[in-house]
Design a protein around this ligand. Structure first.
Ligand SMILES: Nc1ncnc2c1ncn2[C@@H]1O[C@H](COP(=O)(O)OP(=O)(O)O)[C@@H](O)[C@H]1O
Ligand SMILES: [Mg+2]
Length: 271
């Protein structure tokens, strides 16, 4: 597997002048009395690749889960491809969830289904594809993540890295416009991080719109158009990787990057 890819700017890839694929405006989210997202404003263009980082508990998972309404918000607006998801009907949410694919830290594959069945499930259940189409799509995407030969196995027979690549293929089977990744390599043994990052780098090279929560700063430098730093439920700082890493403006960003760097230096790293 190669991690070679061509970098084109988001502006070049983005559909110039078109509405953002995701727009969050003045979003507020509470868990009971706890203010988890504080006035989030974020626009993501088609083809843009965003890395979201920040300390544990800063609201990264909450933010990405609000985009496909795995979490609801108390106020503000979230538009996905022009559809308002805040307070949306079940029908609109179905449309939105087809637009947005998600990959979790804990792969969340169904243990009683084979790799192929895991990938075919959503396209069949939603009536998006015939069985033959779903099978063909699943095999094509398993090939894309270099794991087609494992199609008949069950998740427990695969390594963590292989399972996560299946989870990526499964999400792609719904032909999403946007992919959300929530710390996709955090549960992996170090030797498996690279194969998953390489898969994601390949996807990025294909122009998939991505929001990726990760602390893999090598990945961020390599593929992100924009890195966003969150702390205490707020977006503190955001910018292209070069500026973000080499000239962070906020003290909290600097402190966070210092910690990440110390951690990376202390552990052998994949990318
Ligand atoms: N379901 C929940 N109920 C109550 N508090 C929650 C829930 N989910 C997350 N939180 C709290 O919201 C904050 C942000 O959580 P999260 O979005 O998971 O942060 P991150 O992904 O950055 O680690 C944390 O303080 C967390 O404890
Ligand atoms: Mg999280």
């Amino acid at each position: 597997m190669s991690s070679s890819f061509t970098v084109s700017s988001a502006a070049a890839r983005a559909d110039q002048g078109s509405a953002p694929i995701i727009a969050m405006k003045d979003v507020q989210k509470w868990y009971g009395p706890f203010h988890a997202l504080k006035n989030i404003n974020l626009e993501v263009r088609r083809g843009e690749r965003i890395v979201l980082c920040g300390p544990s508990g800063s609201g990264k998972s909450t933010l990405v889960r609000c985009i496909n309404q795995l979490e609801s918000v108390q106020s503000g607006h979230i538009l996905v491809d022009g559809h308002e998801v805040v307070g949306a009907s079940a029908r609109t949410l179905d449309v939105v969830r087809r637009t947005v694919g998600m990959v979790f830290q804990q792969f969340n594959l169904f243990p009683h289904l084979t790799v192929l069945e895991n990938c075919m499930l959503a396209p069949l259940k939603t009536g998006k594809m015939s069985k033959a189409q779903a099978r063909e799509t699943a095999l094509r995407l398993l090939e894309r993540v270099h794991i087609r030969s494992q199609a008949e196995k069950y998740p427990a027979q695969l390594s963590g890295g292989q399972q996560q690549r299946v989870a990526i293929a499964r999400a792609l089977c719904m032909e999403p416009t946007v992919m959300l990744f929530d710390e996709p390599t955090s549960a992996l043994d170090p030797e498996m991080v690279k194969e998953v990052l390489d898969t994601m780098i390949e996807l990025a090279g294909d122009g998939v719109t991505m929001i990726c929560v990760t602390h893999e700063m090598g990945f961020a430098r390599a593929v992100a158009d924009r890195v966003i730093f969150m702390a205490d439920g707020e977006i503190v700082e955001s910018g292209p990787p070069l500026t973000f890493f080499d000239a962070p403006r906020h003290e909290r960003t600097r402190a966070f990057l210092g910690q990440i760097l110390a951690h990376h230096n202390a552990t052998e790293h994949a990318i």
